[in-house]
Design a protein around this ligand. Structure first.
Ligand code: PEP
Length: 257
């Protein structure tokens, strides 16, 4: 839509150490230094150990690139060995945090209840959640992708007030398209992203639904991003593998060129 600023976010997963992160963000900043990209918001989601380095670079050079984490604890502090809290991410001036990525759901048993608690923790500390939803192959084969994904949206946003929900980012990522090279067709992406927006209109209001940005994720590359972005309810992309190559990610960000 014309009214929603597209958000292109690179999910680095468990790749790039803090030195590699600095080199990568410098490349992005250099390639995006002209005015062209101002109509698109660009964010990177590096591993936790990179965030301080990225913050220093972005702050020091006044870069427009935003950054965030790939997960956050539902708790503010305490005996949760290995976890990273919302206040810690807020202190590092993170803008975004991915929540409920399919790899977290799959390898760390994150349920919609956990996702919901983390979404609330993010908002509590001024972080914008990128809440990830999407069906696996079996669900897709059975034709239940819309119902499955909407249940995740509803579960993840349970008891989240409209003042917060209006700034959530929802990433629709069909699991069968993540890291597989098998991208959803633009029509597949639109079907579910459109259904997510309709469901936000029912859960909250049509006005709120028009504000929320809905990303598509799953094997997005420079060669397929424009067709996906042309869909009316797709407002950006969450990019995994292709975001590790700075040149390729820049081409994705410049999908309108
Ligand atoms: C992701 O991890 O969010 C993702 C979409 O990965 P890929 O682009 O590699 O499919």
């Amino acid at each position: 839509s014309e009214t929603r600023t597209p958000l292109m976010a690179g999910n680095w997963k468990m790749n790039l150490n803090h030195l590699e992160a600095i080199a990568h963000v410098q490349k992005l900043a250099f390639a995006l230094a002209d005015k062209d990209y101002e109509a698109v918001e660009v964010a990177v989601l590096p591993p936790f150990t990179d965030l301080r380095s990225v913050q220093t670079l972005v702050d020091g050079d006044k870069l427009k690139i935003k950054y965030g984490a790939q997960d956050v604890s539902a708790h503010d502090s305490g005996a949760y060995t290995g976890e990273i809290s919302g206040p810690m991410l807020a202190k590092l001036k993170c803008t975004y945090v991915a929540i409920g990525h399919s790899e977290r759901r799959q390898y760390h048993d994150e349920t919609d209840e956990i996702v919901n608690a983390k979404v609330k923790a993010a908002f509590k500390h001024g972080l914008t959640p990128i809440m990830c939803v999407g069906e696996g192959l079996e669900v897709r084969k059975a034709g239940n992708q819309v119902a499955h994904t909407l249940a995740q949206v509803e579960g993840g946003l349970k008891d989240v007030p409209a003042e917060q929900a209006e700034s959530v980012v929802i990433a629709y990522e069909p699991v069968w398209a993540i890291g597989t090279g098998e991208v959803a067709t633009p029509e597949d992406a639109q079907e579910v992203c459109g259904a997510i927006r309709d469901s936000l209109a029912k859960l909250y209001s049509p006005e709120l639904a028009q504000k929320v940005r809905i990303q598509y994720g799953g094997s997005v590359k420079s060669g397929n991003v424009a067709a996906i972005m042309a869909q009316p309810d797709v407002d950006g992309a969450l990019v995994g593998g292709a975001a590790l190559d700075a040149d390729e990610f820049v081409k994705i960000v410049r999908f309108r060129d």
